[in-house]
Design a protein around this ligand. Structure first.
Ligand code: ADP
Ligand code: MG
Length: 552
């Protein structure tokens, strides 16, 4: 047989490689918007006409002169890198110089651009090889307008293989939101068939945009942290999480990871995030979390796949530790986040002054010593169920049972200990599955006669309890060690309906606020309701009274 292996004609190679990157409306939008961001745009207008297979992206970025325009769509032409060494210094979103060229092979491309400082714009039309075939002077504002017409017209199979228009539009909205989270300082306007579809207004951080994207989430439901990584120049970690007692989702679609301005898929980092939320959310619920790492470019290899959504990250374990620590910090109660919803408005400042004289004084003494600090003071118990706790920014109602459950659960995770019991606990009529379940969590169990079993060691926390047998029975019903820990914590925690003295409540509060995840119990139920001072002041219309009596 004669070998028929040949090298493919160049245009075919481009069709294939272009197809890898540009395979949908979403991909076209992504490539063009990223170009606008690389050009320093602060306003980006995306217009779609799906039925016409037309997409336009207009920006107020640096623009291109005629020389640039002649070059822009030829194969592998980019202004962003010049040599292979530059591949390790990538600071821009684009670098392959492929997008515009690919678009010329897959569609009709037209670009209008005026460079910053230039006094006129040009409109150029490209042929399918990426060469300019027409140039025309145009009066436009500085910036660039790229129009893609008849997308995939020469690739019927590609058009057919695409999902429905609605699904594609959803994907477009998704990618614009992702890009906006990473580049929040930009105004994004999106049009569909000449009608405004949605707008994303600029904000100081990605977290501040989330309420625009998830209408049921409010700013106070989120917690943001932003820190520099010690000893690593130019590296930083930005994290915004939905507080687990306030928001979560039924899918993991809002576990988002970005690196250096681009959302990526990183199963490893996503898993790190999910693990950090372990046992803080209800069953089958997922956190809202957006992580943006800024890492020196030589730590990253973007060549894991052509759409640049997967990477190889050096020092993965180091970053995983940083992320876990950042999430843990955000979940804990600290001085900075206890007053998270207290805004220092004029009214609340006035209130503080007004109240400092009165009897209703917020307890803010011992606020110097940091680590062992207690922020909460128990003041009363309501319905033998809720502890009323006050702090410098308002008051909380803490449900005693689940707060205690959280404390015990964390103690159990830290020291799960089985201790021998003098008189064995006798269980009756266990199924083989129950017996092996108890063996699986390391209980020492053996037959003790007809349908009877003796258990000779138990979790330390159950030791003094009369209901130890019931507890063991409960554990026999299945689940892993963690499930067993949750069950033991729940059973051992103080019941609702139990009267507590002030010192007992204070001890419980002190221990609870030092837990790692004080917001929710291990089943994901919220532990406290906060009544922050500004909300109370608003509710009681106190600003009116003060305003009038002080003549302002
Ligand atoms: P890449 O982004 O990988 O460099 P592209 O094919 O997407 O490759 O773009 C080619 C070049 O065209 C870019 O390097 C840039 O110089 C120029 N360019 C593309 N879009 C714009 C834009 N909106 N504003 C200014 N320059 C642009
Ligand atoms: Mg590009």
């Amino acid at each position: 047989m004669v070998s028929t292996i040949q090298s493919l004609p160049t245009d075919v190679v481009y069709l294939i490689t272009a197809g890898e990157v540009i395979d949908s409306f979403m991909a076209v939008v992504r490539e063009l918007v990223e170009n606008s961001l690389d050009a320093g745009a602060t306003r980006i207008v995306v217009s779609l006409w799906p039925q016409q297979w037309r997409i336009r992206v207009a920006d107020n970025g640096c623009g291109m002169n005629l020389d640039d325009l002649q070059q822009a769509a030829t194969a592998h032409s980019t202004s962003k890198i010049h040599s292979s060494a530059d591949l390790w210094k990538i600071n821009s979103l684009g670098f392959r110089g492929e997008a515009l060229h690919s678009l010329t092979t897959l569609a009709d491309l037209e670009v209008l651009s005026r460079p910053l400082g230039g006094n006129e714009g040009q409109r150029v039309i490209y042929n399918h090889e990426g060469e300019v075939t027409q140039v025309e002077i145009k009066a436009i504002a500085p910036g660039t307008v790229v129009t893609v017409n008849n997308l995939f017209a020469n690739c019927a199979s590609r058009r057919q293989g695409l999902p429905t228009i609605n699904q594609q539009l959803k994907a477009v909205q998704g990618i614009i939101q992702q890009i906006a989270l990473c580049h929040p300082h930009v105004n994004y306007q999106v049009w569909q068939n000449d009608k405004e579809w949605f707008t994303i207004c600029p904000a100081q951080s990605g977290g501040k945009l989330i309420p625009q994207m998830l209408p049921q989430v409010r700013q106070g439901d989120l917690h943001e942290v932003n820190f520099k990584i010690p000893n690593l120049e130019n590296s930083s970690l930005y994290l915004v999480i939905g507080l687990p007692d306030r928001c979560h989702r039924h899918r993991s679609d809002w576990v988002k990871v970005a690196i250096n301005g681009r959302m990526i898929k990183s199963p490893e980092l996503e898993q790190t995030i999910l693990s950090a939320f372990h046992k803080t959310l209800p069953r089958d619920r997922y956190p809202v979390c957006f992580l943006h790492l800024t890492i020196s470019p030589e730590q990253i290899n973007w060549n894991r796949n052509p759409t640049k959504t997967e990477i190889y990250l050096h020092e993965l374990t180091f970053w995983q530790e940083q992320i876990t620590e950042a999430i843990n910090q955000s979940l804990r109660i600290s001085e900075t986040n206890i007053k998270e919803s207290v805004q220092t408005t004029r009214v609340s400042n006035l209130l503080k002054v007004a109240e400092a004289k009165g009897e209703y004084n917020f307890n803010s003494q011992n606020s110097q010593n940091s680590e062992t600090q207690n922020y909460l003071k128990a003041v009363a118990q309501v319905s033998n169920t809720y502890i009323v706790a006050e702090h410098s920014g308002g008051m909380w109602l803490v449900e005693q049972h689940i707060a205690h459950e959280r404390i015990l659960y964390e103690q159990l995770c830290d020291h799960w200990q089985l201790i021998p019991v003098e008189t064995p606990i006798i269980l009756y009529q266990l199924s083989p599955a129950q017996v092996s379940q108890l063996e699986r969590i390391n209980l020492d169990i053996e037959p003790f006669g007809d349908k009877l079993w003796a258990v000779r060691n138990i979790p330390a926390m159950l030791k003094q309890r009369e209901d130890a047998a019931d507890a063991i029975l409960e554990l026999s019903w299945g689940g892993d060690l963690q499930t067993a820990q949750v069950a033991v914590a729940c059973r051992s925690a103080i019941r609702n309906g139990t009267k507590m003295s002030l010192p007992e409540m204070q001890t419980l509060l002190d221990n609870w606020q030092r837990t790692r995840n004080p917001r929710t119990c291990p089943h994901g139920r919220p532990i406290y309701l906060s009544l922050e001072e500004p909300a109370l002041a608003r509710f009681f219309r106190r600003n009116w009274v003060i305003g009038k009596s002080h003549g302002i």
